[in-house]
Design a protein around this ligand. Sequence first.
Ligand SMILES: [Zn+2]
Length: 448
Amino acid sequence: MPGSVNRMPLRDEPSAAPDDLDLTAELARDLIRFDTTNYGEGRSNGETDAAEYVSARLTGLGLTPTIYESEPGRTSVIARVPGRDSSRGALVVHGHLDVVPADPENWSVDPFAGTIKDGLLWGRGAVDMKNMDAMMLAALEDILGAGQAPARDLVVAFFADEEAGGVLGSHYLVDNYPELFDGATEAISEVGGYSITLGDKRAYLLQTGEKALIWIKLVARGTAAHGSRLIRDNAVTRLAEAVAVLGRREWPIRLTDTTTQLLAEVARILDVDPQKVGPDELALATGTASGFIQASLRTTSNPTLLKAGYKHNVIPDTAEALIDIRSLPGEEDAVLAEVADLVGPDIEIVVMHRDIGLETEFDGPLIDAIVGTLGRHDPGAPVLPYLLSGGTDNKALSKLGIRGYGFAPLRLPPELDFPAMFHGVDERVPLDALVFGRRVLTDLLSDY
Ligand SMILES: [Zn+2]
């Protein structure tokens, strides 16, 4: 039932941690142990237990969180934190509580055990994004626990359903309870703020934009028949051709303001001539970040799921494929039109879900505050803007005019391929990176 309900926390206090475990790691580990898997297409374990845990922590800090259920089990938590100067625009600090599925067969640890090993916290959500959820809670504890207040009002949000486009989380709240975000002008959240290594130099990527997402289903129809017949009107063949065309499509590189600025900075840091080194080569030179950056230079169209047939000797009359398309901001309609051209008139295209792209300037007081704070904690490390190839709940908040950034600060060792762990196997985050993030976030929220 949609609506807002205040609940008492159901779960006990977090389990005891080793004496030297930082609060951030303890919180992240506890959150990982709630299996909040979001399978997509309406199937999910739900976020309620994790939401109640977060709500209890916020209540313990003297805040008055409210729990919202968009559908049974699909739970978000919001709290307002009064700042020292409420005349400034409020800052939304948000995370999501759901995670993508994890197949334990592929992992070297139980993905939902919250294992601590080799100085890292392992588990589904260690990277995306129970790490930041924990950093948010720990930073609030640092500020409020010391009897202080953040510089400006905060709207602290822990959303449901981000991994399925936020329909039952951020979009639901923005559409039904926009007053929750009254006075908010900016937001910070996931997939940015982490360090990469350029050559031998550490740099931070601050996310200032997101590609648009268009999730489509291709449907091919044909004649149902015995598998031994001569049939040229085969739905599976027809679908396979369309899937191959989209999967192999090389979308042209088009640089936006963000990617132009990023590549210029990368070229400067690596001391190469951007006139001689192409965008793809420059992106590759960013090492572990190249997986994200290369995809931000063009549209991508990846087949992700196939469904057809039910028996070896029966030709089915329909075949379906899901394609995950990420277009550059503003190119959504043009890309969809081109997709229709590419697959041809015999393939039906169903748009299952789409959401806008975002891009904002790498400029202004919040950027200055972020760059200044990072500069104090990691002197000399440059901060670079980048365009995220995926999407976040900032898309939903943008409907209220809130300008969102990806800033979940983590100082990472060069050997850790952090971007690969988003939705990957063996998600893990260094314990000292969590401590770093907690401190940076505490300072940012205290000062900005
Ligand atoms: Zn995420």
